[in-house]
Design a protein around this ligand. Structure first.
Ligand SMILES: NC(=O)C1=CN([C@@H]2O[C@H](COP(=O)(O)OP(=O)(O)OC[C@H]3O[C@@H](n4cnc5c(N)ncnc54)[C@H](O)[C@@H]3O)[C@@H](O)[C@H]2O)C=CC1
Ligand SMILES: N[C@@H](CC=O)C(=O)O
Length: 811
């Protein structure tokens, strides 16, 4: 025998109610079924709101009432085709509506709405829907749940009298019928015979009570989702259906935000070891979720994450609480006596404060009750007045595999901490199946996302990228991300989500990911932005696993790294300004990244895609010491000196370097040696020395006056240098030498300058825009370590930035 319960969405539309009919009639061919139904979706709320309108003397209650009548009539007209059944059903339904109308009218006239009247009003939803379904389904009998679901009054609430109910259910179903239709939710007070109910969502409970009393083989809950999901799918795009849950896991999840099953439903069937199958009325062949005692171990430490907004923490504190027996008893008794439910408790072992989690709507009452309870202690100063902190949310991670598995709480804290989310209170019972944390509600979305990701509940790890600067490097990076996207998703389970793109004037954002084909047009059509607005937007989106990628040469953008890192956003910079800024600022950035648990990466600052900074770090981390660096670090300058011939004058080579994408946006930065100075300072710092740009000894080759004025003026004046360069070049050629702009560092002392190198020199054959770095270390002394290759250019630099992003993804 089976009990099937259909929720409001399953009876709320023509499509769903016809699906219900098919499901029930198919099942009834195999075994007897009891079908429990909720009110039509939205009707319970409308019954209550109409009552409030009537209570406030608002005439529009009649419109709302008419609307409910109309909705039921329309449904009947659409699904009941037999004329006799149609008119019989109309008669039943209209009789109920007449009664309901009289009750509303009474409320309207006397401006009074007691709990008793409200309970009566709200019962009509299920009474109406169950008659419709009983008529629609072939050969169904209808029984009023109030004849066997009995409640009694305790602590001002209607609670189930289980023993009496169980007996009455058995009596009511002693004659088996193939299909029995029962209105869910409604019940009756065993003493006063007033209509009561089992609480919102109580139809699940009705079904569970019947299933347990009749020892059903299974309880099926038919709803509009495919079962329990790993997290709220409205927040977590990657959430998926959990196919198996233990009773405890299901209880923990639904008790805490996952509204798939009404929490009291689990217990009656769990005691009888009756499985619960959650299924989707709109996808009847889908697998759904099965809840039972013994489930397969899928090896995942947690099964799901649930959450509730609207949490208030009340802090009951005072020095007199330490070691005093009975304080907690008084707290809970006082709250219970006022019908206030506490869903979380956290107390430090020092015992001088207890934090209590209550729902926001109960907060004021709870504070008043507790202030009253401890009035004497508060007056003498032995305890402090209650403090309530609102605007919070509670998250619970749930799973039986957490039991005896060390490190879960550590991972929870680490994951939240790395995302800049502070845990305000924490609770874990000794059953170790639920760990709950209270955080600021504004961080809920981010917290759920990072937790879902880090506990491997997500199919993909997601990295959210903000790309700033879409010139040579940034534009190429976006191209590379676009063409690698599917490969990374499929083979590395990494989703690179570009959630923000900024040019020098505009910025666009989309937390679900921007279209990397059309972003330039989108940017063009977007509002004007500024570095400040960009920073506010990136921080404001408060998005998990975020990385800010700077592909500009802008000082204003480099100045954003500090606030971004402080907000737990990693930074990848092709821009060299920050890493070569005053030493204290550079150290502050690095330190902030460490304390915030995020990354500050800038490998492409030196040698574009060449692994220079990483290698120096690896050498030092393994105990080596960098003694000397000799290098050619400018792709532009090397390219210029290699291109220069009798036919290609100096000014032309500079133009070509720009066109090839080697030079800085402002090529004077390359020609003035500034770019190389920055790079040398960065390398010297990575090598462990406290270096500043002013300390670099310079031997430059373009007179200073060429760097004064605007870039346009510079381009105009540049050909004036051609003759002199050609003269010098010819002399050099005759000597069999080549120019190289060499950077060196020995024991912290830095130097840059133009050198004429002979054929025997390791730098002589350095082709095109290549860079070379010779590292003399304690281990690489006689033969320095040599790193050589393309030192500039869109492809290799973008690839270096990409590699930095991947190192943050850590897959
Ligand atoms: N081109 C190369 O081979 C290498 C470049 N780099 C570094 O990469 C960075 C970018 O270089 P390229 O792409 O070659 O320069 P680029 O001039 O082609 O691109 C820079 C882009 O940044 C944009 N921009 C400027 N200010 C901005 C702001 N406030 N907000 C948003 N965008 C802004 C510019 O409009 C331009 O589109 C530079 O810092 C450079 O030093 C590093 C290694 C190699
Ligand atoms: N302008 C730079 C680009 C790489 O950092 C260079 O020419 O090396």
């Amino acid at each position: 025998m089976k009990v099937l319960k259909f929720g409001g969405t399953s009876v709320g539309s023509v499509e769903s109610i016809l699906s219900l009919k098919r499901i029930v009639e198919r099942e009834a061919q195999r075994q007897p079924v009891v079908v429990v139904v909720s009110a039509l979706g939205g009707i319970t709320d409308q019954l209550l709101s109409t009552a409030q309108l009537a209570l406030s003397g608002n005439e529009t209650w009649k419109d709302s009432f008419d609307n409910m009548v109309e909705r039921h009539h329309q449904l009947i007209d659409s699904v009941i085709t037999d004329n006799i059944k149609h008119s019989e059903l109309y008669h039943k339904v209209d009789t109920l509506f007449e009664q309901l109308h009289s009750i509303y009218f009474g409320v309207f006239l006397i401006h009074d709405l007691s709990h008793k009247t409200e309970d009566t009003i709200v019962s009509y939803g299920e009474r109406l829907s169950s008659h419709i379904v009983a008529t629609l389904v072939e050969n169904a009998r209808w029984i009023d749940a109030r004849t066997f679901i009995k409640t009694e009054r305790k602590h001002n609430k209607h609670v189930l009298d289980s023993t009496l109910t169980q007996q009455l259910v058995r009596d009511a179903f002693s004659h088996q019928h193939t299909i029995t239709l029962v209105p869910g939710f409604i019940s009756q007070d065993k003493d006063t015979h007033e209509t009561t109910n089992l609480g919102r969502g109580g139809s699940d409970y009705t079904a569970s009570i019947i299933a347990a009393a009749l020892d059903a083989d299974i309880l099926e809950i038919w709803t509009d989702v495919n079962g329990f999901m790993t997290a709220d799918p409205k927040v977590i795009k990657a959430a998926y259906t959990i196919h198996e849950l233990s009773y405890i896991e299901a209880m923990e999840l639904c008790n805490f935000g996952a509204k798939v099953v009404y929490p009291p439903t689990i217990y009656p069937v769990c005691v009888k070891n009756i499985p619960i199958q959650v299924k989707n009325t709109f996808d009847p062949d889908g697998e759904g979720t099965i809840i039972k005692a013994k489930i397969k171990n899928d090896g995942k430490p947690i099964k799901g994450i649930s959450s509730i907004k609207g949490t208030t923490l009340i802090n009951v504190a005072g020095l007199s609480m330490v070691g005093v027996i009975g304080v907690n008893r008084r707290i809970f008794t006082a709250l219970a006596n006022h019908g206030i439910s506490v869903f979380m408790v956290s107390q430090a072992s020092s015992e001088n404060s207890t934090s209590i989690g209550v729902r926001e709507q109960d907060a004021d009452a709870a504070v008043a009750v507790l202030n009253d309870e401890f009035a004497k202690e508060i007056e003498t100063g032995a305890m402090f007045p209650m403090e309530a902190q609102s605007g919070l949310a509670t998250i619970a991670i749930v799973g039986e595999n957490m039991r005896h598995l060390p490190g879960i709480a550590a991972k929870l804290f680490e994951t939240l901490g790395r995302s800049g989310i502070s845990v305000i209170a924490f609770a874990q019972g000794s059953s170790e199946t639920n760990i709950s944390v209270v955080i600021e509600a504004a961080y809920l979305r981010k917290a759920l996302n990072v937790l879902h990701d880090s506990f491997f509940l997500s199919e993909y790890k997601v990295l959210n990228l903000f790309i700033c600067g879409i010139g040579t490097v940034g534009g190429k990076l976006i191209e590379q991300i676009r063409s690698q996207y599917d490969e990374l998703k499929e083979h590395s389970r990494l989703k690179l989500n570009v959630v923000g793109i900024a040019s020098s004037k505009h910025a666009i954002y989309n937390r679900d990911g921007l279209d990397l084909q059309t972003y330039r047009e989108e940017l063009q059509a977007s509002e004007l932005s500024s570095p400040q607005k960009l920073c506010e937007a990136v921080i404001g989106m408060n998005i998990f696993n975020s990385v800010f990628v700077d592909c500009t040469a802008s000082g204003e953008i480099a100045a954003l790294y500090q606030p971004l890192l402080e907000h737990n956003i990693s930074v990848v910079a092709a821009n060299k300004i920050a890493a070569s800024s005053p030493y204290d600022e550079y150290m502050r950035l690095k330190q902030t990244a460490v304390t915030r648990g995020v990354k500050f990466r800038y490998e492409t600052n030196v040698g574009a895609g060449l692994p220079i900074i990483g290698t120096i770090n690896d050498l030092r981390n393994s105990g080596d010491k960098i003694l000397k660096i000799e290098a050619v670090l400018s792709g532009t300058l090397n390219f210029i000196f290699n291109e220069l011939t009798a036919d290609v004058p100096f000014s032309e080579t500079v133009h070509r370097a720009k066109e090839e994408g080697y030079s800085e946006p402002d090529p004077r930065i390359d020609l003035s040696g500034k770019d190389v100075i920055r790079k040398l300072v960065i390398l010297t710092r990575e090598a462990g020395y406290k270096a500043e740009q002013e300390e670099v000894e310079k031997h430059l080759f373009v007179p200073d006056e060429y760097f004064e004025g605007s870039v346009d003026e510079f381009w105009k004046r540049l050909p004036q240098l051609d003759d002199d360069f050609e003269k010098r070049r010819r002399t050099l050629e005759q000597q069999g030498e080549r120019w190289r702009f060499v950077a060196s560092m020995e024991h912290g002392k830095m130097k840059v300058g133009l050198q004429a190198v002979a054929q025997s020199h390791p730098f002589y054959n350095l082709e095109g825009s290549n860079n070379i770095v010779l590292l003399t270390t304690e281990r690489y002394k006689a033969y320095p370590m040599q790193i050589q290759g393309y030192g500039a250019g869109a492809d290799v630099t973008a690839a270096g930035v990409f590699a930095n992003i991947m190192s943050i993804a850590n897959i």
